[in-house]
Design a protein around this ligand. Sequence first.
Ligand SMILES: [Zn+2]
Length: 310
Amino acid sequence: MNFKVLTAISVLSLLAFTGHVVLPSAAAENIEKDLPTMCVALDGAYKKRKWGQDPCDAIEWVTGGKSVKGRPLIYAEFGARESDNVTLIFAMVHGDEITPLYTGFQMTQWAKKNMSKYPKAKLVVAPLVNPDGFLDFPKTRMNANGVDCNRNFATADWEKRALKEWKTKLHSAPRRFPGHKPESEPETKFQKMLVEKFKPQKIVSIHSPLNMTDYDGPDHLKLNQFSSEYVKRCEELRSKVKAKSSGFFPGSLGNYTGQELGIPTITLELPTAEYQYADKYWQMFKKGLETVVSYEVPPKDKKAEKGPGQ
Ligand SMILES: [Zn+2]
């Protein structure tokens, strides 16, 4: 290496260090740090896949946090503001699953037109929980810190099992990394914030491509904790959407909201992640999603079942 090249590198490093120039690796990143810019990027992603209308269009979005890289974490509310019959829908917790993005945004457009059919129901949709995973190149299942945000909830078994089982059972697979600490990630905190703020009666999280509907919620083991009517109705909801139970993981949403909080939690795994089929899946599952939104789960508290004064 000659002296001129070395000098140029030294000057560039010094300027970068003092903040006067941005090195090429950082300059290459073009982050959509506000909602309008992110919506332009999403519209571009829709156009590229011939998915039709601008997904953000005419929806009142609320920003409930920022991703690791500073992108807005968005949600929208529909229906009866004061209702107890709240459904919370998440999509794209895993950024490379593609088809749930379309289902999530379609659900908001559906809700805008159709929630008046259910005057006692309320719906909250967060269609892009992991914007960094979707909008960065290459797309990743994990967030920008390399954490699987469906293994990062602070469930009771996290400290004991999450990292240990990731290292042993999962052979430290990067795609399943639960984080160094529970609830360390902004995308996990965002989901938890929505659960605490809206106190949903039921939750749906949309993924792909496992082609199944999984259920976590109060079962016969929880009868002591919840009213029998509540458990019965949760099971009825489960059978209406043909969901199966297939266990849960430390730090997963189903473990946190289904097992620990007793909120029926349905994980809808669309059949594939191939964008060409996104509308076909939407047509397949919109009726089921409408069933969940309109379904009323009674109070889970035993005292509430008996009524006041008893
Ligand atoms: Zn997933």
